[in-house]
Design a binder for this molecule. Structure first.
Ligand SMILES: Nc1ncnc2c1ncn2[C@@H]1O[C@H](COP(=O)(O)OP(=O)(O)O)[C@@H](O)[C@H]1O
Ligand SMILES: [Mg+2]
Length: 282
């Protein structure tokens, strides 16, 4: 499949059309800046959401600093994925505040608008286009970026090619650029999908159980990758694999029953009696 076919493919067009941007959003998007002067790129305050009377998120407050790599742990059902659904606009909370930087009220925007503002999300399962090459997948991700699309008349500029090459290096797939992505290992597909997010140069990356199903070697490589991303991007990583969390973590937040149970270094939270109770049961 050629690039032009990829670019004019029906599914791409409909994904593009999904973002019905309002006038105020266009202005905001063109400004392209997130105000982090208060030291936070993401800020949730008193957020709650119920599903059929069950409080999945319960008065949750959390904030992430620019360039931070935050790990989120917690038992199944703690609300970790639902928190990401709220940040990305997939789920609307019943109450509370969600801010990107100190001025962008995320609750006013749709899911595609939030993605365009620079919040990238990686779901648990890899969703790369298997028939396309590694490079074509990245190219497609770049084309989905509205900022790029405007300056892109069927041909990638050298600046964009440089960006994709840099992404290929970062995710360690430069040698496999022309391989169909269907032939990649599970771990390599996960890296490619992270690369597809990186092609859009997100300010904040949300990653839900990124090393689930990876081999130990792939997990170690992913830890290295995340450490290189930290600083350039802010990352929120949900993970159960404590070896992985130990390898990458600075500050760890423990979620339980939809709120923050504990926060600190991994050693601190692992020594916390309440955390031990939640993980081991009473
Ligand atoms: N769309 C939904 N409808 C009903 N219940 C939901 C929905 N999403 C999540 N839940 C419930 O909310 C709780 C938190 O789920 P989730 O955020 O997936 O937890 P985690 O990711 O920490 O395992 C669970 O009890 C789950 O069943
Ligand atoms: Mg989950």
């Amino acid at each position: 499949m050629s690039r032009d076919q990829v670019m004019s493919g029906g599914s791409v067009t409909s994904a593009e059309d999904a973002g019905d941007r309002g006038v105020s959003f266009s202005r905001l998007h063109q400004a392209g800046s997130v105000d982090v002067t208060h030291g936070r790129i993401l800020y949730l305050e008193g957020v709650s959401v119920s599903f059929d009377g069950f409080k999945a998120i319960n008065n949750l407050s959390i904030d992430i600093a620019p360039g931070e790599l935050r790990c989120i742990i917690g038992p199944n059902g703690a609300g970790k994925t639902t928190m990401m659904d709220i940040i990305t606009g997939k789920t609307r909370p019943d109450s509370g505040q969600v801010y990107f930087g100190s001025t962008i009220d995320l609750l006013r925007y749709s899911e595609p608008q939030i993605a365009s503002m620079g919040i990238g999300r990686k779901f648990q399962k890899p969703t790369v286009f298997e028939q396309l090459s590694v490079f074509e997948n990245l190219e497609l991700a770049l084309a989905m970026d509205k900022r790029v699309r405007r300056s892109l008349w069927g041909k990638l500029t050298s600046e964009h090619l440089d960006r994709l090459e840099q992404v290929l290096n970062t995710i360690g797939l430069i040698g496999l650029a022309h391989q169909p992505s269907g032939t990649l290992s599970h771990g390599q597909k996960q890296w490619l999908e992270i690369g597809m997010l990186l092609a859009q140069d997100p300010k904040l990356l949300l990653l839900d159980e990124p090393v689930a199903g990876m081999t130990d070697e792939e997990t170690a490589k992913t830890a290295e990758l995340f450490l290189t991303l930290k600083g350039k991007h802010s990352l929120m990583v949900v993970e159960h694999d404590m070896h992985f969390v130990r390898a990458i973590s600075e500050k760890v937040t423990v979620l339980h029953e939809g709120s923050v149970l504990a926060e600190g270094t991994l050693d601190q939270v692992q020594a916390d009696e309440r955390v031990i109770e939640v993980y081991l049961g009473r």
